[in-house]
Write a protein that binds this ligand. Sequence first.
Ligand code: UDP
Length: 367
Amino acid sequence: MTSRKILTIIGARPQFIKASAVSAAIAACPQLTEIVVHTGQHFDANMSDVFFPELGMDKPAYHLAIHGCGHGEMTGRMLIDIEKVMLTEKPDAVLVYGDTNSTLAGALAAAKLHIPVAHVEAGLRSFNMVMPEEINRILTDRVAEWLFTPTSAADQHLLREGVAENRIHQVGDVMFDVALRHGARASAQSDQVRKLDPALQSQAYCLITIHRAENTDNPARMGVIVDALAAFAEQTPVIWPLHPRTRAVFAKQGTLEALARSVTLLNPLGYLDMVYLEKQASLIATDSGGVQKEAFFYRVPCVTLRDETEWTELVEGGWNRVAPPTGAATVLAALRASLGTCGDDIMPYGRGDAAERIVQQLVTDLD
Ligand code: UDP
């Protein structure tokens, strides 16, 4: 077989992290070559550049620098520019990850050019169409040729939607691959983590991340989260690496300074810093999909500050508790109730070889 060309589209923090595992597997495969396109959806150094060297990834071949606009404009501009790259590069397949605007734009541009699409993290569903992520993932799954799913639940969702069984490949979760590959290297990398009060790190603390629009765009929900955390912080210190979107909300409200009095606020962290803090946390509270799973990988109880989660096996297994941020008292009760708990001995995310299995499937089918 002559070498087949894979065009990978990434643009947001979790995609850099997921791609690190698959890109490494592609690099180790003589039958495939990879061209990486960074759409620019996430562009701050600490939301993008930091991940490439620390996860052993090359600089993307293309950087489209598309950001700072609404969903329609962002997706539309990505479609235009990604199509141009596809026409130049003429890939044999296009690889997209997760559920962002970059995912949808990459999948749609490829499908229109009749280039087969591989979707990593296919089949996830929140059944909440208000979420932009749900729209992106359903449409991407619809046009994808290969649906690489992380779990049996994801397979079931796709089968129920009528997806042909031979397009569904349950390979496991690539984030588990990344955790196994890089988790042991996790250590304090940045000054902001090295300089954290050593007393704080030796105590029980709660690590929190919030970035989903359903929370950040809703002042009532953000108020509930802040009130619950401020109350919880009286008992257990709280460390919060702020996503730029979340920081912007607090800055606009003028509430950053007050929050910083009860909670330790940090800038977004690199992966190794983040995993370092996750591993030592007594509790993680988040609306992130990836952080929910990492809490489980490192056996830390997790409270999900959303109305639902895609990662239902963690709730069923007793590792995760969903606490919709609709009342501070109930969120506070969930945080307190989760502290010190541990779930069942489950193994829902495969064997840590999802990336190799994806590459093997592509090699077989592109032959
Ligand atoms: N993460 C990070 N630094 C941070 C916060 C998160 O490296 O300050 C990592 C986290 O460890 C996980 C991924 O980012 O691997 C999750 O991405 P995010 O929460 O942005 O998106 P989601 O998983 O919800 O799609």
